[in-house]
Write a protein that binds this ligand. Structure first.
Ligand code: OAD
Ligand code: ZN
Length: 244
């Protein structure tokens, strides 16, 4: 592992433009559950179609609301881990650094990262499912058995996260694609690489000539395109990569 870390550090030190794509794994050591890890992943216990789709919301809005309120409470009490802090530090060191996350938590921001591109939205923001009007969460919403109603059109308010079958925010996706074509090093951290279109981003960077460094305890579909795979938890590997 030391040899691999050293090789990765050499690539990092010579890179001039770095992009980083993170997934749920980067927040795992903060106690925020991932989606697809066997046993502990959310989608091993909960039904994604019922909890994260328009059909699921239409069938049982209360169930969806209560599930997101419970997840939000978990995110709020979580703290950034050394992986989040290392990425914030890297941004300070590297003038040309873009951080793109599939995570709906704000742990990158709380670790000090600015301008984070959120491909899948933000679990602490809310908008009307019909007219799009933003809703600021009230204390009583948190324990309500049903979602709040939109003050404009009366429809249900929903979390501002991307559900299955929905498109990604266009500006976020466009900025992510730009970062892929502009970087000469892409770090892929803690993502299973199974969810389109985020899963296609590393290929764009690769085609554009970037080197790809994967940090993940487990191999996955993105491993084969990586120049180096560092196998281990990002909270340990990222600080080592920075020489901390
Ligand atoms: P997944 O749950 O699919 O994958 C988590 C990845 O993190 C796996 O590859 C694990 O091996 C890895 N992992 C686990 N612990 C880790 C650690 N300590 N350090 C580093 N890596 C670790 O999560 P995502 O790839 O983020 O979508 O999933 C993508 C999207 O699917 C999510 O954004 C979510 C979900 O449905 C939406 O919410 C729209
Ligand atoms: Zn509305």
């Amino acid at each position: 592992m030391d040899t691999l870390i050293n090789a990765a550090r050499e690539i990092l030190e010579t890179a001039t433009a770095i992009a980083c794509l993170t997934g749920a794994g980067v927040s795992a050591e903060s106690g925020v559950p991932t989606f697809r890890d066997a046993q502990t992943g959310l989608w091993s216990t909960f039904d994604a179609q019922r909890l994260a789709s328009q059909d699921g919301f239409a069938d049982d809005p209360g169930l969806v609301w209560r599930w997101y309120m419970a997840r939000l409470a978990g995110v709020e009490k979580a703290m950034p881990n050394p992986g989040h802090f290392a990425l914030a530090e890297l941004a300070w060191r590297m003038p040309d650094f873009v951080l793109i996350t599939q995570n709906v938590d704000d742990l990158h921001e709380r670790a000090g990262s600015g301008d984070v591109i959120h491909l899948h939205g933000n679990i602490a923001r809310f908008h009307c499912n019909r007219c799009g009007r933003e809703h600021s969460l009230q204390a009583e919403d948190r324990s309500a058995s049903l979602p709040p109603y939109c003050t404009v059109c009366g429809s249900y308010v929903r979390p501002s996260v991307v559900w299955f079958g929905e498109g990604l925010p266009e500006d976020a996706l466009a900025a992510a694609v730009d970062a892929m074509t502009a970087c000469d090093l892409l770090l892929v951290v803690g993502t299973s690489g199974l969810v389109y279109p985020a899963s296609e981003l590393p290929q764009i960077a690769k085609w554009a000539g970037a080197r790809v460094l994967e940090i993940n305890p487990e191999p996955g579909p993105l491993s084969s395109m990586a120049d180096i795979c560092l196998r281990g938890p990002s909270g340990e590997i990222l600080p080592r990569l920075l020489g901390n």
